[in-house]
Design a binder for this molecule. Structure first.
Ligand code: ADP
Ligand code: MG
Length: 339
């Protein structure tokens, strides 16, 4: 008798969830990325008890068509790529078709979505990876996802969760970076009914930075703007007088995706040269655009890591652009102060 078998879909999803869904912030990340990919201009996020009790993401994006509702929760089901070639030209944040089935495998999900402007939508409730309820419902265009009882069926993972404050810290950190990456989207974040962030979505990154870091940091930001044959950078970096004791103010965004890249952060820090006090970190938010073929986002399921095909060149260029921005600042202090 054969001893090797293909695992059933639910087990496969639980295994994938182990990689994709590490903590409440990972659920948040996947849901918000889907809202961004759906072209939302407003994303409202509600969290209870650090996301351990409830995570809700409401958007006014494209919505999911009635015929796609259940498929969206299947493994490897995506509307974002269709061929192997597409993998080298990714412009969306998602593409793996793993998030929704992974979340549904380790939590309870209630999805209300409407793709038309006709006020008609669908309600889909998933539990333990299975459809519990499916019904027509009145709904505005967009998607409203509520995730509760995270890790209810994976006690080992649940035990590993940290305090509400720690989990909330991971969530807010991620939402702040997403808001900086997409200043054209109005974000709101509520925790246990306290409003933690509200951005107006008017496209102004400095306004968004003010909402996140406060006005004094926003005032210390100098614009970084540059273009090379391969890259374009826009954003801000703070004057060296305004530094932080941690790295939470360092944000690099590649083609709309917040990424953690040690080399990029180091390159920006090198641009500050001796201006940066020891053990202090700068505040910056840089959006770098490049042809998707120059960056590999398919490195890890969480997609926070990327690889650049011309890394050395990119890092040298970023260092130069940031240095130029900081240098320009010191020559025209009055112009900067007025902003
Ligand atoms: P991926 O984002 O990699 O495609 P997901 O599992 O996150 O995979 O989502 C599956 C599909 O469900 C998406 O490709 C998209 O078509 C649809 N979807 C999920 N969330 C939303 C949303 N908020 N608005 C519109 N469509 C969505
Ligand atoms: Mg997704």
């Amino acid at each position: 008798m054969s001893r090797i078998r293909v695992l059933d879909e639910h087990i496969a999803n639980q295994i994938a969830a182990g990689e994709v869904i590490e903590r409440p912030a990972s659920v948040m990340k996947e849901l918000v990325e889907n809202s961004v990919d759906a072209g939302a201009t407003r994303i409202d996020i509600t969290v209870k008890e650090g996301g351990l009790e409830l995570i809700r993401v409401q958007d006014n994006g494209s919505g999911i068509a009635a015929e796609d509702c259940e498929t969206a929760f299947q493994r490897h089901a995506t509307s974002k790529i269709s061929s192997g070639r597409d993998l080298f030209h990714i412009r969306s944040l998602g593409f793996r078709g793993e998030a929704l089935p992974s979340i549904a495998a380790v939590a309870k999900v209630r999805c209300v979505t409407s793709a038309g402007g006709d006020g008609l939508g669908r309600l889909l409730v998933m539990e333990g990876g299975r459809v519990r309820e499916y019904a027509d419902i009145a709904a505005d265009q967009g998607t409203d996802m509520t995730v509760t009882d995270l890790f209810y069926n994976t006690p080992a993972r649940l035990k590993y969760m940290k305090t509400v404050q720690t989990e909330l810290g991971h969530i807010s950190d991620y939402i702040y970076r997403m808001a900086l990456a997409h200043p054209g989207i109005a974000f709101s974040l509520r925790h246990n009914d306290n409003l933690m962030l509200q951005t107006n979505g008017d496209g102004d990154m400095r306004q968004t930075a003010a909402a996140i870091y406060g006005v004094s940091i926003a005032k210390a930001l100098v614009p970084v703007e540059g273009e090379s044959p391969d890259y374009r950078v826009t954003g801000y970096t703070a004057k060296p007088e305004v530094t932080r004791a941690n790295r939470y103010g360092m944000t690099t965004i590649i083609n709309g995706r917040y990424v953690r890249h040690f080399g990029l952060n180091q390159a920006v820090m090198r641009a500050y040269h001796t201006l940066l006090p020891i053990n202090r970190f700068p505040v910056f938010m840089l959006r770098i655009e490049m042809d998707p073929s120059l960056v590999d986002v398919n490195v890890h399921p969480a997609k926070l890591e990327v690889r650049f095909s011309k890394e050395t060149e990119l890092l040298a260029w970023i260092e130069q652009e940031v240095r130029r921005a900081l240098g320009a600042m010191s020559h025209i202090p009055k112009a900067v102060k007025r902003e």
